[in-house]
Design a protein around this ligand. Structure first.
Ligand SMILES: NC(=O)C1=CN([C@@H]2O[C@H](COP(=O)(O)OP(=O)(O)OC[C@H]3O[C@@H](n4cnc5c(N)ncnc54)[C@H](OP(=O)(O)O)[C@@H]3O)[C@@H](O)[C@H]2O)C=CC1
Ligand SMILES: O=C([O-])CC(=O)C(=O)O
Length: 273
């Protein structure tokens, strides 16, 4: 089914669990005809580790990485990194895949990047990440959408950093509690490492999601329950994701979805919406 047999040159910004997972899948051939050419992380040790695995050049800045001969830059660093990574990638004539989708809750930034991508004829890829059902929501969007709700239930350790920042006493949480209920704008501000999916959902539905976050001391999985109501029909999707051991904030599905997206770039058959 492959049509493009030229080598796809990839740069990675953020050498944490997602960056490492994508790199492993390039090295083991799951993503075919691709090579990791350059890596950058603010933590040099993590860059070195990925460089050892892939043979990629270690870059010392985003500026250095985007000057390399690349087809695609994969941002898997942080919400704060997105504007710089995406802007510089596009200006330097590279496609960009954004994992820290939360940054795009800023509509001005989203529209600015979209306009820039069009101007330079490059693409911005936003994977489904840790959720499912985006294919159906894209179609529902052609009707009228009037409700979008995301209820996320995560183990305490997945939410720990954000909860501490918000002043929660983690040790006192003995039963599942709602730690957030509000709109997508507030959700990503308070939980920037945990709820990127709410922004993906809002972008695809073009409707600001209502978000509920539950911290569950008994949970082992990251659960995302999605409800979309529209004039075309109702969609309910629930995913129960295995978290990464090395970073329990992140579901394995998020990394797999990026791997699948990159792999499918060279497929001639496209399935879903
Ligand atoms: N779209 C989705 O569905 C999902 C998105 N995500 C998001 O994807 C991103 C990557 O996730 P994950 O791999 O689990 O995260 P990790 O924390 O495992 O890795 C991120 C790496 O990027 C580094 N980093 C952060 N900011 C910068 C920067 N400005 N410049 C260079 N390096 C930087 C971090 O360094 P340091 O350790 O110093 O912070 C860390 O080494 C996160 O933003 C996460 O929230 C995660 C899950 C699902
Ligand atoms: O991996 C997940 O379950 C979701 C996540 O962290 C995010 O959306 O930021």
């Amino acid at each position: 089914m492959e049509v493009n047999t030229t080598m796809y040159k990839i740069g990675i910004v953020g050498c944490g669990v997602i960056g490492s997972f994508i790199s492993k899948k390039v090295v083991d051939g799951t993503i075919k005809n691709a090579k990791i050419i350059a890596v950058y992380d603010r933590n040099l040790e993590k860059s070195k580790k990925l460089s050892e695995l892939t043979g990629a050049k270690i870059c010392n800045s985003i500026d250095e990485l985007v000057k390399e001969n690349l087809d695609l830059v994969v941002e898997c660093a942080s919400v704060k990194a997105v504007e710089e990574v995406a802007t510089k990638s596009l200006i330097n004539n590279k496609d960009v895949l954004i994992m820290s989708v939360g940054a795009l809750v800023d509509k001005d930034l989203f529209l600015k990047l979209k306009k820039l991508a069009k101007k330079v004829s490059r693409k911005i890829y936003i994977p489904s990440g840790a959720i499912g059902g985006l294919d159906a929501i894209k179609a529902l969007r052609l009707g009228e959408i009037y409700k979008v709700v995301l209820k996320t239930v995560k183990p305490i350790k997945a939410l720990e950093d954000s909860l501490k920042n918000l002043g929660y006493d983690i040790s006192s949480i003995k039963n599942p509690i709602v730690v957030f209920e509000g709109d997508v704008f507030e959700a990503i501000k308070k939980f920037p490492m945990n709820i990127n999916v709410s922004v993906t959902l809002s972008i695809v539905s073009e409707y600001p999601a209502k978000v509920i976050i539950v911290a569950d001391p008994n949970a082992k999985l990251n659960r995302h329950e999605i409800l979309v109501e529209s004039s075309i029909g109702k969609l309910k999707v629930c995913v129960e994701n295995v978290p990464f051991e090395e970073n329990p904030k992140t579901s394995a599905l998020a990394a797999y979805s990026a791997v699948r997206l990159i792999r499918d770039l060279s497929e001639s058959v496209k399935i879903g919406t």
